[in-house]
Design a protein around this ligand. Structure first.
Ligand SMILES: NC(=O)c1ccc[n+]([C@@H]2O[C@H](COP(=O)([O-])OP(=O)(O)OC[C@H]3O[C@@H](n4cnc5c(N)ncnc54)[C@H](OP(=O)(O)O)[C@@H]3O)[C@@H](O)[C@H]2O)c1
Length: 289
């Protein structure tokens, strides 16, 4: 793979360590490879070692350090999130960038920890992981938390608290996906408050509409027709890589970014809703802290 991510800069540290979730395919895989090109040491936190293996092999081929590593992580299961964070913390490694990338869309159900599937994986799992890793990010500062949200978040007008602890209600799961992506934006805004994460900056982003495995549920005959018009995963990695490396996102901590530029988030992303989401998410995860 060639690295043609425009506007991105070398990472802040001489030997930057990046932990990225969901790097088996799509935006996560392309982001991991582009960051490795910039000298990052990658930790891939993914559900399946078997599906991660080809990406690890690619990374080890690229990186002069050759130390890309795998950590098991199922974001729908708080025990797994805790075990992943514990394993990373026990390694003693610094953490300069956490990329909360993994996500599900158009799926229905409940996570092992009892949350609506999209909300549980996309928001709750990343909330707990970030909270557990925050002390190491602070110690390693300057450090960043980059969360892959979506422009779908504009479709949510709030968080239906009575529904986020129940199985997915809508037929397509897309209404719940929009709520989970609004939660990503709110989480980022809250994380940027000085009381939450001093010396750690936060960015949320839309990667574009990307021809990734997220469309795997679209029937095979139709899939090539719709993905034909989409960005490649490498193009989809541009904004996450820029958020992880460029200086602008750090001066606009808490922002939402699209096409390597700031974009006004949904009017539903209010400070009041963010504080409520943070408080509830904290209460739901306190037993794992
Ligand atoms: N594609 C788009 O057009 C688009 C647009 C806007 C935003 N996004 C966002 O971009 C991010 C990356 O998605 P993508 O498009 O690259 O999709 P993708 O190719 O399907 O990748 C999703 C990744 O998330 C992982 N994952 C799913 N559930 C998980 C769980 N419970 N625990 C840990 N990892 C899990 C998957 O791992 P497995 O291999 O185990 O399934 C995979 O590595 C998502 O946050 C998505 O919402 C995508």
């Amino acid at each position: 793979m060639t690295d043609d991510t425009e506007g991105a800069e070398p990472l802040d540290h001489a030997e930057p360590t990046v932990l990225i979730t969901g790097a088996t395919s799509g935006v996560g895989r392309a982001t991991a490879l582009a960051l490795a090109h910039r000298g990052a040491r990658l930790v891939l936190a993914c559900r399946s070692e078997q599906r991660t293996r080809p990406v690890l092999d690619e990374l080890r081929g690229l990186s002069p350090h050759g130390d890309a590593t795998f950590l098991p992580l199922d974001l729908g299961d708080f025990d797994s999130v805790r075990a992943c964070a514990d394993a990373f913390l026990a390694s003693g490694r610094p953490l300069h960038v956490l990329v909360n990338n993994a996500g599900v869309a158009g799926v229905r159900g409940l996570t092992a920890s009892g949350f609506e599937l999209a909300f549980g994986v996309n928001h709750m799992g990343h909330f707990l992981l970030s909270r557990l890793l925050l002390p190491r990010l602070r110690e390693s500062s300057p450090a960043r938390v980059v969360t892959v949200s979506s422009e779908s978040h504009y479709q949510a007008d709030g968080i239906p608290w009575e529904l986020v602890r129940r199985p997915t209600r809508s037929f397509t799961g897309m209404r719940e996906y929009a709520v989970s992506k609004l939660a990503n934006v709110l989480f980022t805004q809250e994380l940027a408050r000085p009381t939450r994460a001093s010396a750690v900056t936060a960015a949320a982003l839309h990667p574009g509409i990307v021809a990734s495995d997220i469309w795997r549920r679209v029937p095979r005959p139709v899939r090539p027709l719709i993905t034909w018009f989409m960005l490649s995963p490498e193009d989809g990695a541009r904004t996450p890589v820029w958020c992880a490396t460029a200086s602008e996102p750090t001066t606009m901590s808490g922002g939402f970014f699209d096409r390597c530029a700031p974009r006004r988030p949904s009017a539903a992303a209010t400070a009041e809703l963010g504080a409520e989401l943070w408080g509830r998410s904290e209460a739901w995860t306190n037993a794992w802290m």
